[in-house]
Ligand binder design. Sequence first.
Ligand code: P6P
Length: 295
Amino acid sequence: MEKTLTLKEYVKKNDKEIAGLIVKMADIAERISQELPYRRGKADTKNVFGETQLVADKWTDKFIIGEFRKSRLVKTMKSEEQGEIVKLNDNGIFNITLDPLDGSSNMKSNNLVGTIFGIYKKDLPTQGKNQIGAAYILYGPVMSLVYATKNSVNKFFYTKKGFILKQKNIKLPEPGILYGIGGLRKDWLPKFRKYIEGLEAKGYKLRYGGSFVGDFNQVLHYGGIFAYPALINKPNGKLRLSAESNPMSYIIKQAGGASTNGAGSILDIEPESINQRIPTYVGNKGLIKNLEKIL
Ligand code: P6P
C-alpha cells in the first residue's frame, strides 16, 4: 500500500517552485480553523464593495497578510477586503490575490466558508491566465486544502498529523450532475434561465450553499456547473474577478473544465480595475461551450 504523503512531502516533490507558499497556506489554515469559533459577529466597517464586514473577515485578512509578510516570499497581495494592492516585501517573488473568508455570510449558520488564493509572478493586476497556481481552503466538515499548478489539481485533508494527500490529479467527472446558480431566478437573463431549465429537464440536481468556494468544490468533485451569472439588475454579477473568479477558473481548467464570463474564458479577461466584478460560469467544458453558444 502506497505511503500516505504529507502535504509538505508532496508539494516539495511535485511543485517545488510554490512549495513554500503552499506549506505557509497550510499553516495559515490550521490557525484560522482554531480562531473561527471565536471571531464572530459584525464589525462596524464596510469593505470597498460596500459590504458590511464581519469580525472574521477582518481578522483573517489581517492575519493572512501578516503571515505572508513574515514569510518574505510575497511581493504584493490584493485582498478582497482591501481596496488597494498591499506591498509586503520588495524582494518577494510572488504576487497573491486573496479572498480571506469567502462565503462569510454563512458564518452565522456555520455553513461552508473558505479562503481563496491566486498565485502570480507577474505584477498585479494581470490576466488570470498568468497565474502559476491557485488554491483554496475549506474549513469543514473536514478541513481541506486544494491547490492547482500547471501539473495537476491536488486535495489534502487536515488530520492530527497535519495535512495529508487525499487525491491527486483531480479531473472533473463527465458529464456532471449538479448545478448551482447565484442571484434570484427572476433576475436571471431569459436566455440563461432557459439554459438552466434545459439542465433541470435533463435531471441535473440543484446544489447551492451560498459560498463560491463550497459550491465550486461540489462541481469539482461531481461535475456540472456553478454560476453567479449576469443579472438583469447586476450585469456584472457579484463575484470579484481577481479574488474569486480567476483563481477558481484556473483550478477548473487544470481539472479539465472551463470558465466563461459569457463570451470567453475568464482567464483571458484583461482587468479594467482591481476591484472588477465579472459574470462567472465554471464547470464541465461541454456545458460551458453550450452556454456560450446560447448567451
Ligand atoms: P448570495 C460570498 O459572499 C459570495 O461572494 C460568494 O462566495 C457566493 O457565491 C455569493 O457571494 C453568494 O451570494 O447572493 O447567494 O448571497
